[in-house]
Write a protein that binds this ligand. Structure first.
Ligand SMILES: Cc1cc2nc3c(=O)[nH]c(=O)nc-3n(C[C@H](O)[C@H](O)[C@H](O)COP(=O)(O)OP(=O)(O)OC[C@H]3O[C@@H](n4cnc5c(N)ncnc54)[C@H](O)[C@@H]3O)c2cc1C
Length: 400
């Protein structure tokens, strides 16, 4: 197959479980089945989450069990070195890796500096590897949440806060500069609406510095927000005014419940679209908008939604883009939606997987979120679970 050929109109088959689970031995598939069967069960997930939180608090020796089950399913390892095997395995199937240091909830300056250094190590690794075209960080991993919120509120900062924010800016700039020098890209993850304006401002400041020749810095646009598309359009206008490239990572958005609860509690209009369909429509419009402005926008679609992934392949074809055009990346999370990632990669598209890593205890909040997402109510998870069952049937593996 000529992988550099323009995308063709034939739809991809995202039910092709043979391709999706190709790297998994029968035993590995059985293990995946058991893990997803457990987290697909709401009651078990709720009870398991509570038990695990207590067990880690009480320092019970459960790390080994977690590491060889749910951690292994969704993470590359505890360190960059430990994640090497995952990077290589994905690369065998034409899938690239985004090393995502997934330690959350840190609050000290020391921890922010340590996370910055770790992110810089992912960039150094990417510089020397063809399998790591993108790096990533969360601003809340290197900045105090309260400070970001205070700035967004427009409150005056005291001298200590001014100095703390200057350190944040320096950390962000070090990361973006190292990314530019390494010849790769960096995604700045999207977070809660009440700190996102501060994150956006930092992202645009960095784009002005580093996106002159190509899209080095990508900001995230959450299309579950009613104003999601407008924010993208405003960014495009800013980029045009300054004649720079706009890096745009599109996602639907991960904090819906939290956003709605806060809006209700504090009595301001819900910032989230009125329903799932409205979010889907806005996401797909945003994909079209990026493709219509492909001369300036470099896009990454971070989604597990089949329709949106299919739509992007069709849009690429309509716009005459090659599948390997580096203005378009498809991204999914490690351990999820392999039916999309492996099928797109096998067809020659640019596919990257977020591969979280970090010490087991510190990655737990990330794992709890994945487990919640994969319970049967979330739709997507039962889809994941049923795909595993389909593949087991296809291989003639007896269901447990
Ligand atoms: C590679 C990658 C990177 C990501 N990075 C980020 C990030 O930086 N920031 C971030 O916030 N999230 C991020 N996410 C998570 C993402 O925002 C979604 O939560 C997740 O991917 C599920 O959406 P989906 O597009 O995969 O598809 P689907 O499963 O089809 O959509 C589910 C999503 O639709 C929206 N939705 C569901 N119900 C409703 C409703 N009733 N009303 C309105 N909207 C609704 C929610 O956003 C929900 O998460 C990332 C995801 C991926 C794959």
């Amino acid at each position: 197959m000529d992988l550099a050929a323009p995308a063709h109109s034939q739809q991809l088959d995202f039910n092709d479980t043979k391709t999706a689970f190709a790297p998994l031995s029968d035993n590995a598939l059985r293990k995946k089945y058991l893990i997803f069967a457990s987290i697909n069960n709401n009651l078990l997930t709720r009870a398991g989450t509570t038990l695990l939180k207590s067990a880690f608090r009480l320092r019970l020796p459960i790390k080994g069990v977690v590491k060889h089950t749910v951690f292994e399913q969704f993470c590359g390892g505890e360190t960059i070195k430990e994640s090497e095997q995952t990077i290589q395995k994905l690369a065998e199937y034409n899938i690239k890796t985004i090393l995502d240091y997934s330690v959350e909830g840190e609050k000290t300056e020391q921890a922010f500096d340590a996370t910055t250094e770790e992110t810089l190590r992912t960039i150094a690794k990417a510089k020397n590897s063809p399998h790591l075209p993108v790096c990533v960080f969360k601003v809340t991993g290197i900045a105090p949440f309260d400070l970001l919120e205070k700035i967004q509120r427009g409150d005056a900062l005291n001298p200590q806060e001014e100095a703390a924010f200057e350190r944040v800016r320096e950390r962000v700039e070090r990361i973006c500069k190292a990314t530019a020098d390494a010849g790769v890209r960096v995604f700045i993850d999207g977070e809660e609406t009440w700190i996102q304006n501060t994150i956006d401002a930092l992202a645009y400041e960095m784009m002005l510095k580093f996106n002159q020749q190509r899209a080095v810095v990508y900001n995230t646009y959450q299309l579950y927000r009613r104003d999601g598309l407008k924010l993208l359009q405003d960014a495009m206008h800013m980029a045009t005014m300054h004649n720079i490239h706009l890096g745009a990572k599109l996602v639907r958005g991960a904090y819906m419940e939290k956003e709605r609860a806060r809006a209700e509690e504090m009595n301001y209009p819900d910032p989230i679209n009125p329903g799932k369909q409205a979010t889907d429509d806005l996401y797909n419009q945003a994909l079209k908008y990026c493709m219509d402005n492909k001369q300036r926008i470099a896009l990454c679609s971070g989604s597990h939604n089949e329709y949106s992934n299919q739509l992007l392949t069709i849009l690429m074809q309509k716009h005459g883009l090659k599948r390997t055009d580096d203005r378009v990346y498809f991204a999914q999370l490690y351990g999820m939606s392999d039916n999309l990632s492996f099928t797109l990669a096998a067809a020659g598209y640019n596919v990257v997987k977020y591969v979280p890593y970090g010490p087991v205890e510190k990655v737990m909040p990330y794992l709890f979120r994945r487990a919640q997402e994969n319970t049967s109510v979330a739709g997507q998870s039962s889809r994941e679970f049923s795909l595993i069952q389909t593949e087991m049937k296809r291989r003639g593996i007896k269901l447990v």
